[in-house]
Design a protein around this ligand. Sequence first.
Ligand code: APR
Length: 374
Amino acid sequence: SLCPQTITCRAAIAWAANSTLSIEEVQVEPPKAGEVRIKLASTGICGTDDHAIKGLLSAIFPFIPGHEGAGIVESIGKGVTSVKPGDKVLTLIIPQCRECSSCLHPKGNFCEKQDVLPSSGLMLDGTSRFTCKGKKIYHSFRTSTFTEYTVVPEIAVAKIDDAAPMDKVSLISCEVPTGYGAAVHSAKVTHGSTCVVFGLGGIGSAIVMGCKASGASRIIGVDINEEKFPRARALGVTDCLNPQKFKKPVQQVVMEMTGVGADFAFEAIGLSDTMLAAWDSCHRSYGVCLIVGVAPLNSKLSLDAPMIVSGRTMKGVCLGDYKTRDCIHHLVTDYLQNKINIDPLVTHQLPFDQLHKAFELYHAGKTIRCILLF
Ligand code: APR
């Protein structure tokens, strides 16, 4: 019919902080004005989802997690013009409203309509589109992709090329712009430079790809899980460091290895200690430290205040500073044209109903990215 109805489908719900996700039957309401209902094809499991499920971010329970999604538009609400049913799309954890101070500024991308920091768990009109057993279920980052169908604001939807392989491009919704974009677009890593990447998981691996593509001549990778080292080396890491293998702080090891410190340091773990280590690993004058990981709610950073004057730059970055709706679809086209290769980032693909196995593999440190397929 022309008038979209409520859909009943399967979704994963986080009922309480740190509880095991449970796959339930949920009702997904039709999209309201300015909203889009999407049939998911695939979703990645990102560190940020894990933080939210553990209660480390400001998620409101119970909620449907997930933000790294690729799918097909099923129906649209009133006034939606940028996509139509049948379009291939990505969900965007940071929307682009094109009206707020961030969107109107040439450099800003942290749209004021985002729902990550802080989270309301609700759509822009303050209501939810999900129920389970008659109970209201909250959204996650206004994306919620661990479900067969979701409703997302139009401003958080990017139309992509019709030829996009939907079992993989979900990574271009978040991991690729966040990591690769942080190196090539935000830091603008220079040819011949030395980079250090803290965390060699999904995001860190994409950062390494970006450093390599930018012509960095030395890429130092830091991780406590040495199982990550062979893949990191294959992506371009030249030196792997396990901080637990040294008596001295790893930043001191990086300083000694490089003599003067790295040109660029990236933090892709999400802990204040490793953020400080990244800051202290880069050159005290011209070093640039990019914070890509999301630290737990209410955690603080304590810097050596007098040393700040030496000139180092610290910069936070989400989604590679890309204005999401304007830019992220270009990364899909770049992938289709073999200008970037995201395939090495996909280590596992499992059907959605094997979600628990996917999280086991993730928690055991076995995955770079596991993609769930619907
Ligand atoms: N020191 C070094 N490495 C660590 C440490 C530590 N103290 N703690 C964890 N790690 C490593 C893990 O072994 C893992 O390889 O950090 C990596 C994190 O990778 P993932 O779990 O795959 O998470 P990812 O999706 O890459 O996200 C990383 O970026 O976007 C943010 O919110 C996200 O904060 C998260 C970060």
